[in-house]
Design a protein around this ligand. Structure first.
Ligand code: GLU
Length: 370
């Protein structure tokens, strides 16, 4: 698996605030140059890269003379607004001196849940790749607070990797991967089950990192990346050559393998990016027909409809016990479903006065996970 990393062409590199700051929490231009240099070498090696970088809040705090990280969300958001331009300015200056042009992209998780916006962002990024411009992504902290509160862009970086169809996501961290209590480094994680059974129980010092990132957020991001079919490597961001060593297939950091069950891009969108507008509770027969017999969902198997949604929206599927086991695109609105729930397909026409198809969710529009 390590050797395959050599062939990665499109790489997303994520750097949290602590990679850019020194011990006192102030932005360090030396650290920024070290990170920039590593990304520059990736680009000069002929690969494509996107840099997901935090640091706006740290820059903003510095500009305002705040010595401690503010506690109020609005003030953190204000700091991000103050600092984002300064962050980009620092990157621009660095990369321009290396002959590289940069672009700023500000995204939010729920912005990417909208298929149209997701595709618009993808097109922009593709265009930037073809222009040979380095895209530098951060959360748009004025309108979203997900990454300020939890994760410091860990999840956002997975979404970006998914957006551009990256071969690899490298999370630069304070530590060189995950360590077990006995001091040994976890080199590779092959399945999600390993995270829950082995890793979580035996991890050493889960609070080692200084920022909101933390190990918990990284494991959550790793799981999501695995499900999306993107290998994720966590390496130290404090060593100048760890990114290069990782891309040379060397044994550094912790590598999370992509799940072999990686689905189609539409399937991934249904499963992970699309907003869920409601939920359908299914009876046992329908649950089994979907899971085991690979059938489509018919109205007769639905026992309850929650939420308000239109034809074409994504809803969650749950068992009678309330366990969510999948998602799908509905072909009937919640208003229609309120009338045809539990009914046979041949009755739909008479009840609604029209019928689209027999299937409420077609097999091809379903993503199930158990
Ligand atoms: N997007 C924020 C930033 O760039 C997140 C980092 C944080 O919460 O400190 O500063």
């Amino acid at each position: 698996m390590r050797q395959q990393l050599k062939f990665s062409i499109r790489v997303v590199v994520k750097a949290g605030t602590s990679i850019l700051t020194s011990e006192d929490g102030k932005i360090s231009s030396r650290n920024l140059a070290r990170l920039g240099g590593a990304v520059e070498r990736v680009l000069k090696a002929g690969k494509q890269a996107v840099l997901v970088s935090s640091g706006a809040i740290a820059y903003g705090m510095q500009a305002m003379g705040f010595l401690k990280r503010p506690k109020e969300m609005a003030r953190l958001q204000a700091c991000a607004a103050i600092g984002q331009g300064k962050l980009m300015h620092a990157y621009e200056e660095f990369f321009l001196s290396k002959g590289l042009t940069t672009a700023q992209i500000l995204l939010t998780r729920d912005g990417l849940e909208d298929r149209t916006r997701f595709l618009a962002a993808r097109k922009t990024l593709e265009e930037l790749f073809s222009l040979g411009v380095l895209a530098i992504v951060n959360e748009n902290d004025t309108v979203a607070t997900d990454e300020i509160a939890f994760g410091d862009n860990d999840i956002l970086s997975v979404q970006v990797a998914h957006l551009v169809g990256a071969d690899l996501l490298v999370i630069l961290s304070d530590v060189d991967g995950f360590y077990l209590r006995d001091g040994s480094r976890i080199r590779e994680v092959a399945s999600e089950a390993e995270i829950d059974t082995e890793l979580v129980k035996h991890l050493r010092d889960k609070r080692k990192e200084k920022t909101v990132g933390g190990m918990r957020a990284k494991l959550k991001a790793a799981k999501l990346a695995m499900r999306l079919g993107i290998p994720l490597l966590m390496v130290s961001g404090h060593e100048a050559n760890s990114l290069e060593r990782a891309l040379a297939g060397e044994d550094v950091g912790t590598l999370f393998h992509a799940s072999r069950l990686a689905k189609s891009s539409r399937g991934k969108w249904i499963a992970f990016s699309a907003a869920r507008k409601g939920a359908l509770t299914l009876d046992r027969g329908a649950h089994e027909a979907l899971l085991k017999k690979k059938r489509s969902l018919l109205a007769s198997g639905i026992v309850r409809v929650r939420g308000a949604f239109e034809r074409g929206d994504v809803v969650e599927l749950e068992t009678l016990e309330g366990a969510i086991f999948g998602r799908g695109v509905v072909r009937y609105s919640s208003r229609d479903l309120a009338q045809i729930t539990g009914k046979k397909s041949h009755e739909i026409q008479a009840i609604l006065g029209y019928k689209y198809q027999d299937e409420v969710i077609h097999r091809n529009d379903l993503v199930l996970w158990g």
